[in-house]
Design a protein around this ligand. Sequence first.
Ligand code: AMP
Length: 190
Amino acid sequence: MLNLVLFGPPGAGKGTQAEYLIEAYSLLHLSTGDLLRSEIAAGAKLGLEAKKYMEKGELVPDEVVIGMIKGRLEANQDANGFIFDGFPRTVAQAEALDKLLNENETPISAMLSLEVEKQELINRLLKRGESSGRPDDQNQEVIENRINVYNEKTAPLVDYYASFNKHYGVDGMGSIEEIAGRLKQVVDTL
Ligand code: AMP
């Protein structure tokens, strides 16, 4: 079983690259951002609660996203493997994920960390905001906050996965195809 954490700051291209990896390795895509946006679209209570954090660029509480991931893992026990996109985002989430996966003896195979310069992230997010309709991509202040939250709470996960020899840094600058090629090169060595 191949379980990949696709990692990187907001705008690093995780969603775009996840599409390539899903296809290449027949994996199931679990994006907590997408799951939360579906809850909002459905008008669900969880979505309404999460929206308050998302529109400010803050993290939704750990127990909410961990609960969502737990449900998806349980519902898809026959999957070939998973791509975790936008999750984990805190050390507590990473520990909870390890615990859930260890129960099934299907640990994380690798954390693929897309590395992109800050100005390029802001440019990509503002561009995405023109077409995605995502309010959190349309406001420079919210974008800056998301990057700050990433640096403060999420970036430490590089050390977390590195301590298990599972961290792979990948250059996230260049064309979509170039970056997909780099990711594939790493996954093929696993
Ligand atoms: P994303 O689509 O991954 O950029 O996520 C959009 C927003 O959803 C984030 O800015 C957070 O407010 C929230 N979110 C998504 N995934 C998580 C997570 N793993 N932990 C906490 N909040 C999350």
